[in-house]
Design a protein. Structure first.
Length: 180
């Protein structure tokens, strides 16, 4: 009887692990060697090169079933930086753009030792802003540097959807890692 229970429990556990693995995919940003797990509910990356030879990766996620459902966005800007650039200087420069946004407010600052993410040389922020239609958005901003590259990772959810998907956002941030 014990063997049957253990067998059933083992099969059930295997099915849960398999389902969890099937529900995510691994993304690798080759220009900075950042790897992360992304739920399959997110779109494939749209990749755009800028005039300054930076790369912007954009992933979107439809939130809800309505025709005009809200949308979440994960954007990652990868750019060349001077080797002497400190994470503090890179982050302060990166925040300047956001500080100009309507209703922008920094709510919290965190680093890799806070447990939200494990990327070294990274500073993170939790913030909010108002979009062009006046809707409040919740935003995570991560600034990281690796060799001669910097990256700005943005996870943007409409405020009314943020708490419904908070675990998903935290899992994405925790999965970020450098891999060469």
């Amino acid at each position: 009887m014990k063997k049957r229970i253990l067998l059933v429990f083992g099969l059930f556990s295997l099915a849960l692990v398999s389902k969890a693995q099937d529900s995510t995919r691994t993304e690798l940003l080759k220009d900075i060697y950042i790897k992360f797990e992304l739920p399959r509910t997110w779109s494939e990356a749209q990749i755009r090169q800028t005039k300054s030879e930076s790369t912007i990766y954009t992933y979107t996620r439809k939130l809800g079933d309505k025709k005009k459902a809200a949308q979440a966005t994960l954007s990652i800007l990868v750019e060349h930086i001077k080797p002497s650039t400190s994470i503090r200087d890179y982050s302060m420069k990166g925040l300047q753009f956001f500080q100009k946004q309507n209703g922008f407010k920094l709510k919290k600052t965190f680093v890799d030792t806070d447990g939200r993410f494990t990327l070294p040389y990274t500073i993170g922020y939790e913030a909010e802003y108002l979009d062009a239609q006046g809707q409040k958005h919740h935003l995570y901003i991560l600034h990281t540097i690796e060799f001669n590259h910097g990256a700005q990772v943005l996870i943007d959810f409409p405020e009314d959807q943020y708490f419904l998907h908070e675990d998903e956002q935290n899992q994405i941030m925790r999965s970020l890692r450098y891999e060469r």
